[in-house]
Design a protein around this ligand. Structure first.
Ligand code: CDP
Ligand code: CDP
Length: 219
């Protein structure tokens, strides 16, 4: 079984996807973490994620692997777990820049489909329902207003980054949404057969209950 959850930054995709995966005993695949890890790997080599030529040259040497440790996903680059280093604002922007490059996307989509062929999965991202898993059993498009999404991210970030600025986060989210939805290859878009869930006025538990009810109601 495959469940696809797409939507813009900070909408609550991963929170919901993780909870549903846990409830159903499925594997959760955070595909955003893969674009983030790719950006991280490039930056570590002194390559700007927006430098298409340099990224294409480095692409054959990019070795990414997904493993599950105690049910938790880890992204390995050259065998090293980079998961703790990929949540910074710099990597968020880098992930969005590198995600424009079709050759990079195809490499990551291969890994994503392999995971979906190996396990029952809940996968979240931007193009899961439209491109990666067009035949998913369930597709949800989770969204919320940009201001609400920025507020959620701010509350999350300020625990580790006290100088976090909500206005800057909102600008960053809007810029990323724009890059993600206007790119030519596999842009952020609601699949025609996806169920729209606007979470602006819903808390985490309400969203989880709502999506779980739709899945169990349809089974
Ligand atoms: O994966 P995505 O970027 O879509 O969002 P997330 O990382 O799941 O959620 C961003 C933050 O919003 C987290 O701190 C969640 O706990 C919080 N959240 C919320 O406040 N209300 C919701 N309905 C969903 C998530
Ligand atoms: O958690 P948040 O929503 O902030 O971002 P993410 O899901 O970790 O994704 C980071 C970036 O990776 C996004 O802004 C997209 O540019 C890119 N991405 C993508 O292009 N396709 C996906 N399936 C997942 C992420």
């Amino acid at each position: 079984m495959k469940i696809a959850i797409d939507g813009p930054a900070g909408a609550g995709k991963s929170t919901v996807a993780k909870a549903i995966a846990q409830k159903m005993n499925f594997n959760y695949l955070d595909t955003g973490a893969m674009y983030r890890a790719a950006a991280y790997a490039m930056i570590e080599q002194g390559i700007e994620p927006s430098d298409r030529t340099a990224v294409l040259n480095a692409l054959p040497g990019l070795s990414m692997k997904i493993i599950y440790k105690d049910g938790v996903q880890k992204v390995l680059i050259d065998g090293k777990d980079v998961t703790p280093y990929i949540r910074t604002p710099r990597i968020s922007r880098g992930a969005s820049d590198i995600a424009i490059i079709p050759e990079l996307r195809l490499k990551l989509v291969d890994i994503q489909r392999e995971v979906a062929n190996t396990y029952d999965v809940v996968m979240d991202g931007r193009d899961i329902g439209t491109y990666v898993l067009p035949d998913a059993d369930f597709k949800f498009f989770v969204t919320a207003s940009p201001h609400e999404r920025a507020k959620r991210r701010y509350l999350e970030l300020k625990e580790t980054l006290p100088e976090a600025d909500i206005n800057e986060i909102e600008r960053d989210i809007i810029a990323r949404d724009e890059t993600d939805s206007t790119r030519e290859f596999a842009p952020l878009r609601q699949a025609e057969d996806a169920i729209l869930v606007d979470t602006t006025e819903m808390d985490r538990d309400q969203v989880i209950a709502h999506i779980s009810a739709m899945i169990s109601g349809a089974k």
